[in-house]
Design a protein around this ligand. Sequence first.
Ligand SMILES: [Zn+2]
Ligand SMILES: [Zn+2]
Length: 409
Amino acid sequence: MNAWQIEHQCPQCGAPVLLDETDRLLDCKFCRTRLFLTAPEGFRYVLPPPADTTARELLFLPYWRLKGTSYDCRSSGIVSRFVDTSTLALNATGLPRSLGVRPQAMKLKFRAAGQAGRFLEPGAPCREVVRTAAAQAAGGDGPQEFIGETVSLIHTPVYFDKNALCDAILKRPLPLPADRAGALAALLDAPAHPTAAVRFLPAQCPRCGWDLEGERDSLVLTCRNCQSAWAGRDDGWEEVAFRVLPTAAAPVFYLPFWRMQARLDGLEMRTFADLIRFANLPRVVTPAFAAAPVHFWSPAFKINPAQFLRWARQLTAAQPDGEGAAKFPEASRHPVTLPLSEAGESIRVTLANLVPNKRQALPLLKEIRVTVEEARLIYHPFLVGRSELLHESLRLTLDRAALAYGSQL
Ligand SMILES: [Zn+2]
Ligand SMILES: [Zn+2]
């Protein structure tokens, strides 16, 4: 697994803090400050130039970094592929196309205001990068989705030396094309990229001021004092509706799932009865099912693609009750590491996974538009076994190692 580390300084006391790429909570051991990291336009990193190059005029080349799982729905089934790449974000020939393993070998820094050097603007927006990667993974006639992706921008330093462009980290000239002068002029003409520094939200409940709780990679933090859950947004905290399903068993561990109600343009799918007919589920359509709104389920945590598909499918087919207390249990909870926006992208994949006649349904599913209208975070109790967790009512197991693996994704 390609784990990156980012060196930063506590904004409160200046102490050095080392973050993993997936960390969202900066927890300073020195001054006890706890801050949630947000980046309005995605996280921007810099590969720090060596100290003996900082006297030079540095130019920073942009690379998009993309990590996530692509799901390609085919009539034979769903093909998933884990993507972890970096691509040069300039239309300049001759420059290295990718950063290779460099970000793993070095400690990155967040891009900060006032950093010396000229940072070049990426030539294509990151949405295009995601679209291209999804299209490359596509092979079938059904929908493709990229779920759980993170897109970040990394700038790497170069400088000019005796009319050559040198990699500032390796201190080696970069191979430039035959039209060297033209290539260099194009680089120098490229527009500068404005700073979009990382922002910090104090990890305090916006309602009652109590300390919010969460793991370092949690996207949703919780307040034990007023029993509320909060997702960090760029401009502040947004409340997340949640329920905890009841259990009499012990010991249990809670896993978070998103339960979504969505509008599907191009497919009649409002009620559980609609889903039973569409997916040919072995259930009898009762008046109650014809009146019950259909809910789409997705894990709210990162896990390997096979498990992700399985849980989204099983819970959506079972339509479990989402009622319970809006009160956090004493037992441990797994952090929310998959945001609702990504969970919403799983809906078409789940439908493709459920439908028996894929050949017929896939072209239709490719065309529909999904809008999540309402969502809740539902904590499901799992019985704790030696190496697995058992869903109490569905009697399905989940390997505990798969959860640990998922937290690296
Ligand atoms: Zn501090
Ligand atoms: Zn509170």
